[in-house]
Design a protein around this ligand. Sequence first.
Ligand code: NAP
Length: 244
Amino acid sequence: MKKTVIITGAARGIGRAIAELFAAHDYNVLINYHRSADAAQQLYRSLTEQDCSVELFQADVTRRAEVEAMVAFCQQRFGLVDLLINNAGIAQSRLFIDLTDDDWLTMINTNLTAVFYCTQAVLRTMIPRKRGKIINIASIWGQIGASCEVHYSAAKAGLIGLTKALAKEVGPSNIQVNCIAPGIIDTAMLDPYTPEEKTALREQTPLERFGTPEEVAACALFLASDAANFITGQVIGVNGGFVV
Ligand code: NAP
């Protein structure tokens, strides 16, 4: 039987690569997007032309009511959710001393509180079924910290803590909760970096290149598979050796 996955922030970047890979592997895929409506429509058309089973849902994952509506829509369209991939995220580079309350709250709400909302919404049916998986997209900066990205690093470190604690809590319900911590991945998230900063980041990566969204997606597909049923509470690096 087909499995159903919700992927947040899936119109572009890493989320899009995950959506394409899971759709190609016969999942029912609920593609969440927020602002990228054109990209989402284009992805939907391209996947439906390939006979994939996909739906779009616009939701700001920082709003609980929109998240609840997204999960209800997915259940109505595809049945109960087997897998949630919390991918939506934002980054910002700013000195800690200059961060405003709004910078802080927007970062924490998008990268951490949204995961709380989405995960609670799907666990309500996963726990009684005693089956389900949650995959959170964290970051190397949540593991080792990034200068000028203190709020991002704090949110991603919080996400790693959430993953470990929740894995312990819902393990007895046969639900696996894991994190992927990507290194430097070639998406629009890198746009604010100067060419010099990008060169430095490449040089700090032992494999001497950026990762691709497809390489993160491949790790998510493995974690979602039955081959990973005994893996929970883990932080899997897809980082070219940046953090070892
Ligand atoms: P990206 O290309 O900038 O994509 C970010 C995605 O997040 C977009 O699809 C965006 O949706 C979505 N999003 C942001 N706020 C949202 C909200 N309130 N509600 C719903 N969706 C929202 O960045 P990316 O590189 O693919 O990043 C994906 C994840 O990987 C993020 O969690 C990021 O922190 C993490 N990550 C990235 C890197 C990297 O080097 N690229 C490294 C480590 C971790 P819309 O466009 O539809 O608004």
